[in-house]
Ligand binder design. Sequence first.
Ligand code: FA5
Length: 360
Amino acid sequence: MIHEPEAKNVVILMLKMGYTLSDVAQLADDLKKRQSKLPNPMTILRDPTLKKLVASIKDQPPSERAEFGRTVNELKIELTEQARFKEQRLDDKPPIDVSAPFDTGVSAANQPKLLPASEGSLHPVMQELGVMEDIFVRMGFRVERSRLIDDDYHMFESLNFPASHPARDDYDTFMTSEGLILPAHTSTMQHRVLKAQRAGLAHGQPIAAVIPGRVFRNEDLDATHEHTFHQVEGIYVDSGISLGDMMGTIQTFLEAYFNEPIEFKTQPFYFPFVEPGLEFLIKMPTSWQKPGSSQWLEIMGCGMIHPNVLKEAGVNPSKYSGFAWGMGVERLIMLKHGIEDIRYFMSGRLDFLKMFKGEV
Ligand code: FA5
């Protein structure tokens, strides 16, 4: 027996032989409402109503088929993104106790007290990465994970750095005796993401991913340079993508993150894996500006993905184009929260950590 009004609508629509665009809108509402109540929102993609709707694309009159197909496809993408977004929200999940287990022979009275989860807090970088990821998910990007150990192919070769290319020197990092590399940038993930998502391009689904990760460099340390820091890589590929799309995407993200209009500029820069390549800079707060030094802080490298990088990952560069960026996470957090020295992040200073817990 069907009690839910939306479920009744679905049945009525399913009884009809063909669907119209307004039917799709109504079904979309029904599906979204039902998805919001599902324990696993991804299962909505196996819903018979949705399957029937997809199957009905071919039965549409030729003049309406393309628009109908596009609308149904957009609905599928929206349901998928909504499900991923929900999967990535951890707020409503219970905490997991990771305290070391104690000897079972110890009586209850003598067992050490477990620290309640409320005592600790996420590190500021992890908190802010969560905020950044949420914005990108709302913009339609998928979140992928980076690696802490990688190889020469992903660090250099797949990114159009031939062996002995002098630009390899800009990414001086740590290496194991077996030749494995601690990545100096999150661009190591570009090739993998392009390859994993390229099949969707033929079906009108752009490649749209962000990849947060920890990176390592042999650096001279100062207020804006650490040896271990975080980046968020971004990749977007589709047909007809231009540098204007890249600038709009980056600006939209930054204004959502800072919650206010930003003042920025770009300058040309050479990265072997993009052409053209740019550095993206934001105006620093006036209080940070020292006489004689730059008023601008470089927050990311970016550009149009080089055709050789697309080709190497099996994406046809004469059909598709795209952009990529790699933004410095600590530098963005510094600008947002007025932190003058990047070394605070790894200092373990409680007064600094408590600022992000809202205790100072
Ligand atoms: C790169 O790492 C490129 N992979 C970025 C890129 C990706 C370009 C995709 C084009 C396309 P760069 O070395 O400039 O570029 O680093 C990117 C950002 O990481 C910098 O703008 C800065 O915000 C941050 N960064 C770089 N080095 C450090 C450091 N030592 N400490 C803290 N942040 C750093």
